[in-house]
Design a protein around this ligand. Structure first.
Ligand code: HEM
Ligand SMILES: CC(C)=CCC/C(C)=C/CC/C(C)=C/COP(=O)(O)OP(=O)(O)O
Length: 325
């Protein structure tokens, strides 16, 4: 008996870790990471740089579980087209590693734990916002728009902009202008983020009949719309500084610098819409952009940065008046 167990245990262990890996992949973990970074930015800004550690960890965990649930249901719903597309064929459901029914039970369990955790440790508003993110992403984007409208990701993109609202609500219990502006920034960021990728893999979407903008309107029109959203997004990022006065010089410098690179890449794509390397560069940069913009929000809202920039501005003012006098 002992011998049988010993011989079988490596294989048992291997099978178990394969199962865990498959369920982990269902949740699209790399996308969750960026969603959590935006949640954290919302929390830091709402708390003016002083977030309670327990609240931070619980909100991040609750947000991660809700996003994981949404992504898993999306994998269940889209398994037919995921099976056909090269990029998604390896996913756990189309490759036969996880059954649809099991994935659905897993998603319901994740959503239930998320709702409970957010309600108990944060508040009901944060929990309801996280659940509305799941419902919006699954019903409005995945079920209703993705396969039927060329504006699918513009309207559906609102789901991906909900995480900072969850973070803000967890800290303050309500949603103010700052929270809605963070929502708006991510809403405007989503079309350039996604359409740049869709330009790279346009033929795959065409094959499965998903009406993404490059499939329906072509690369030139897509590049033009990416450019327009970029031009709207960059000034929107600066509204946090003026008139909302929720961020200072560190954030302003970061947003202008990062925005200039974004604009340069979007402009290049406008000049060469057929160039997949340029589209790929914009897609990759869009992810780095949002990460660094959120890092800018966090650093800017820390009390030490706030004190430093205030002192710096005062010293410059004193110097100017001394020179002028
Ligand atoms: C409707 C809105 C959105 C659509 C349609 C979309 C679509 C996509 C797609 C198709 C990919 C490629 C994934 C893959 O290769 O498996 C991707 C990658 C990614 N998306 Fe989005 N996205 C959206 C919004 C967001 C939002 C709001 C975030 C986070 C704030 C985000 C973060 C990411 C990240 C981090 C990646 C890279 C993942 C990797 O490295 O594999 N996306 N997106
Ligand atoms: C608060 C909360 C829980 C919000 C939910 C946010 C959420 C899960 C956003 C995901 C956005 C996204 C990656 C869409 C891609 O779907 P797709 O079906 O076009 O991608 P695919 O082709 O790779 O499957």
């Amino acid at each position: 008996m002992q011998e049988v167990l010993t011989n079988n245990s490596p294989r048992l262990h291997e099978n178990f870790s394969q199962v865990v890996k498959s369920y982990y992949q269902l949740t699209k973990p790399r996308i969750i990471l960026l969603l959590l970074i935006t949640t954290s930015a919302g929390m830091w800004m709402a708390a003016k740089g002083e977030v309670e550690p327990l609240l931070l960890v619980s909100t991040i965990t609750g947000g991660a579980l809700a996003s994981a649930s949404a992504n898993t249901i999306n994998c269940v719903y889209d398994s037919d087209i995921d099976y056909i597309m090269e990029r998604t064929r390896w996913r756990p459901i189309p490759s036969g590693r996880v059954k649809k029914r099991d994935a659905l039970i897993f998603a319901i369990a994740l959503a239930t734990i998320s709702f409970t955790l957010l309600t108990v440790v944060a508040n009901l508003l944060a929990a309801l916002l996280a659940m509305s993110g799941i419902v919006f992403y699954v019903l409005i984007y995945t079920h209703w728009l993705k396969r039927h409208s060329v504006q699918n990701i513009v309207i559906g993109g609102a789901a991906g902009a909900i995480p900072p609202l969850v973070g803000w609500a967890a800290v303050t219990g309500d949603l103010s202008w700052g929270a809605w502006l963070l929502f708006g920034i991510i809403f405007l960021w989503t079309p350039p983020h996604f359409w740049a990728l869709a330009m790279m893999i346009r033929d795959e979407y065409k094959e499965v009949g998903v009406p993404m903008l490059p499939v329906i309107e072509g690369d030139e029109e897509t590049a033009r719309q990416i450019w327009i959203y970029t031009l709207l997004m960059i000034p929107a990022t600066l509204l946090l500084v003026y008139p909302l006065n929720l961020a200072g010089a560190v954030y302003a410098g970061t947003a202008i610098f990062l925005g200039a690179i974004f604009a340069q890449k979007a402009w290049l794509l406008l000049q060469t819409p057929e160039d997949k390397i340029v589209a790929r560069s914009l897609f990759k940069y869009s992810i780095l952009y949002l990460m660094l913009l959120c890092a800018g929000i966090v650093v800017d809202s820390l009390p030490v940065t706030h004190n430093f920039t205030t002192a710096l501005v005062q010293n410059v003012q004193t110097l100017i008046s001394a020179v002028v006098m």
